[in-house]
Design a protein around this ligand. Sequence first.
Ligand code: ZN
Length: 341
Amino acid sequence: MHISSRAVSPWLGLVLYGIGAAAQALPATTLFEVDFSTDAEGGCRTVGAGRIQELLDEALALAYTDVQLVDYDSQPETNRLLDVFVNGNDAESRDKFRDTSQLVIDFLENNVYRQSGGTPYPFCSDTWLVRYSLDDNALNSDGKEFSLVDEGPLATIRQVPEYMKARANSPGKSPYWSLKHKNYLFDYSYGVGRGYCSKTKHMGATQGVLLPASITLCPQSFNEHRVLGSKTMTPLLSATIPQNPSQIPKTAQRLSTLLPSSSTLFHELFHLLLGIADSVPPGWKRTEEYEITDMGGMNAEQATMNPETYVATGVAYWYTTNTPPDNRNKVEFYGFFTTQG
Ligand SMILES: [Zn+2]
C-alpha cells in the first residue's frame, strides 16, 4: 500500500496523511469461511490468502477514510465532496454515512457481524453453484435424488413445493444448486453451464437468500491488480468543472478510472453487513447506482444506501488526503474528476 511520505499537514495542525493506511484487517480465515486449498466450489487457492488480505486491508482503509470524511466536516474539501455525493449533507445523513462506514470497520477489525446465518463465505468464482433446469431431478439437503412418495419416481425440482415456493420470489429464474448450502438459489439464466461470472462485466455479487450469506468475487475482478494509491494524479484546475457532468473535459482524469481492485470487495461488504434490502437506494431509477457521475442525482437517503457511493467517496478522499498538496491546494473530486486549485 502506498503511504505518503508527507506525514503532517502543518497549517491545519492535523495529521491528515496516511490515516487508515496502516490499518490491518483480521485474517480472512477469521472473518470468513474461506477455502484456500482448492479452486473448486468457489475456493480461493489461486487467488491466495495474500491477495485476499490485501483486499481486506484496503477495504478497511477505505472505510476509515469515509469515517474521516465525516469527522473532518469542518474542512472545505470534505464539505465539497459530501455536498455532491450525500445531497443535502445535513447532520442526520452525515451520521448515517458514518455509522454505515463504521459497520465495515467493526467487521474487518473486530469480526462484528450482525446479520443472521453465521460466518459468511467469500467465493473466488461462481463454481459453488451448479446450474440445473426445473425438469432435472431434485436434490435433497444431503445432495441426493429422492421420491416424493414411497417407491415413486424421482422428483424433479418443479415437483417439489418447497423449492417452487422459494422460486416464487424470483419468477422466471433458473435453479442453481449450491454445493456449499445444499439448497437451490434462483437466478437469471446465463446459458447452459454458465453462471453469474460468465458476464465479463460482473465483478462481484452478494447473496443473503441461502445462509450463511456469501460474497462472490468473479475471476475477472482479479485480472488487473490495481493497488490503492497506484495512480498518479493528473489534476485540471477546478475552474474547469462544468455545470453538467456530461461535459467533463476529455483530458480529465475521471474518478471512475482511479478505483482500485479492492473496490469490488469494499462494495460487496456493504451488501453483506447491511443486508441486501437495506443496501439498495429506495425509489432510485436503478436497483443501485454504479455510475459515479450519476450519483449526484440521488437524495441523501438513497446515497447512504448505495454501496458504490462509499467506494467513490472513499477513493476520492483517500487520494485527497494521501497526495501532497500543491501550494496548499489538495486534489479534489467533487467534479467527478481530479482537480486542484
Ligand atoms: Zn451492489
